[in-house]
Design a protein. Structure first.
Length: 143
């Protein structure tokens, strides 16, 4: 099943330990026996992880969505479940927006460092208003 889901065997074991995937039945020889819905669950988890959901959020989504884990699979979801899923997704979008803003600031700051170090004349240390001494090429760090 791990190969079909394109994950490592240890990933499947981890999902089992974390309660994201049910403990599978065992064959008489002790091998794990997975059902088709287990494969769908692993694929669902991977898609959610790709979207940036945390394991805690994925557990909530599994509980709400019941991907392949109940006889009601394919039945329409309740309005409340859909609302909860939308809330989780909206929180994830807000988190992504915050990360994008932070990365944008970091990028701008890094460009400032690059300009400070590659400009004409004596390079300036971007961390302090102290000139880099040409013989040492190092910044003085304020104490």
């Amino acid at each position: 099943m791990a190969a079909q889901a394109e994950v490592n065997v240890q990933t499947v074991r981890f999902y089992e330990r974390e309660g994201l995937l049910r403990k599978p039945a065992r064959t008489p020889g002790g091998y794990r026996r997975y059902e088709p819905q287990d494969l769908e669950r692993v694929r669902f988890i991977r898609v959610c992880q790709g979207l940036g959901f945390t394991l805690r959020e994925i557990k909530q989504l599994i509980r709400l969505h019941r991907v392949g884990s109940s006889p009601d699979y394919g039945a329409s979801m309740s309005i409340n479940a859909v609302r909860e899923i939308l809330t989780i997704a909206e929180e994830r979008v807000a988190s992504i927006d915050e990360k994008m803003e932070s990365l944008s600031r970091m990028r701008s700051d890094m460009q400032t460092v690059i300009r400070a170090l590659s400009g004409s004349g004596a390079p300036r240390c971007p961390a302090a208003p102290v000139q880099i001494r040409s013989e040492s090429k190092s910044c003085k760090i304020p104490s």
